[in-house]
Design a protein around this ligand. Structure first.
Ligand code: X2X
Length: 333
């Protein structure tokens, strides 16, 4: 039980941790949660990381994985993380921006022309900039962000072929100011819904469409309730693995090192697998009835430009952060 009492003394969730600990015999009983289906690489590689930690610590550190919104939607899980009821949680940078506005910068529309630009930026100084702001908000972000992918637009009504098709389109967006702002700039009618409720919102036609990378559309079976998929590639999205800051700092150094090693290593492996799936599942999704449409992304970006989207967000992030982004992406607008 070595550093346990001392290390968790300042942590909000200490009593709960101690109680569960007694039942299991693990010294550190922790939870990691996500919003993605069990078949998605985010969950699969999270489990691999937790297994690796358990093995390397001989069972002393037991991290249980709660996928697929089992602990609630993203908004709920973020509250749980902040209060210390949940120790670890993956979240889109853009949803995290409800707490840490600077985090949304990696999701600016049509900013990234390739992963060769994206990974060095987000593993390097752009990511460091965001992670610093995250730590100031009382959370800890692990070094390596996890992959979701480039987002594509689906619909159960009309296909989105040109920016005009977005006019009045009832599209579900995640809870995040930048998503709402972007689809307002397209003249769509965005509605904020946590991913936990997306399938049913589409099924009941509360929303006509949504946008997500192919691997997630496939894993969440959204093809069952959508007809068209337009390859808008309008933005990149990932998942920061976050920890409650107090709990994280309360863990002994050697425990933190082992946890970080396994999660960061599996994050990099998860990127590769997710990228592969985002390409290869097109065939499967087409076979399951989604009709694919190629669109001209430049037309969509021009619409964002003329609606003042870039001006607005450059103003919000500030000139320095925007310059840091463009240093890696090249000129955006
Ligand atoms: O909510 C979504 O659409 C998802 C799963 O892509 C995010 O986590 C932002």
């Amino acid at each position: 039980r070595r550093a346990l009492q001392m290390s968790l003394a300042g942590a909000v969730a200490a009593p709960a941790v101690l109680r569960i600990t007694a039942a299991h015999g693990a010294e550190f009983d922790l939870k990691v949660a996500n919003n993605s289906p069990v078949t998605h690489p985010l969950t699969i590689y999270m489990i691999k990381a937790a297994d690796g930690v358990r093995q390397e610590t001989g069972g002393k550190v037991d991290i249980k994985v709660f996928p697929n919104n089992q602990l609630g939607g993203d908004t709920d899980m973020l509250s749980q993380l902040r209060s210390g009821a949940l120790e670890f949680f993956t979240l889109s940078p853009l949803i995290l921006a409800t707490l840490v506005p600077a985090a949304a910068i990696s999701g600016v529309g049509f900013a990234w022309s390739s992963y060769d630009k994206l990974w060095p930026a987000i593993d390097g100084e752009l990511g460091a900039h965001v992670r610093d702001k995250i730590s100031k908000a009382g959370l800890f972000a692990f070094d390596r962000i996890w992959e979701n992918g480039f987002r594509q637009t689906t619909s159960s009504t009309r296909p989105i072929l040109t920016p005009d098709d977005f006019k009045g389109f009832k599209i579900r967006v995640p809870p995040s100011p930048m998503w709402t702002s972007m689809f307002k700039a397209f003249d769509a009618a965005p509605m904020t819904i946590n991913f936990a409720e997306v399938y049913s919102a589409l099924q009941t036609k509360i929303a006509e469409g949504q946008e997500n990378p192919l691997a997630l559309i496939d894993a969440a079976k959204l093809y069952e309730v959508q007809k068209h998929l337009s390859k808008t590639n309008h933005m990149w999205d990932g998942f920061w693995l976050l920890a409650n800051g107090k709990i994280w700092r309360g863990l002994p150094d050697d425990v933190r090192t082992v946890i970080a090693k396994h999660f960061n290593t599996q994050a990099v492996a998860q990127r590769e697998e997710t990228l592969k799936r985002n390409i290869s599942t097109e065939k499967d999704l087409a076979a399951r009835g989604l009709t694919f449409h190629n669109v001209d992304p430049k037309a969509f970006q021009a619409k964002l430009q003329s609606a003042g989207f870039y001006k607005e967000w450059k103003g919000k992030f500030g000139d320095d952060a925007w310059a840091l982004l463009e240093k890696h992406t090249g000129p955006i607008s």
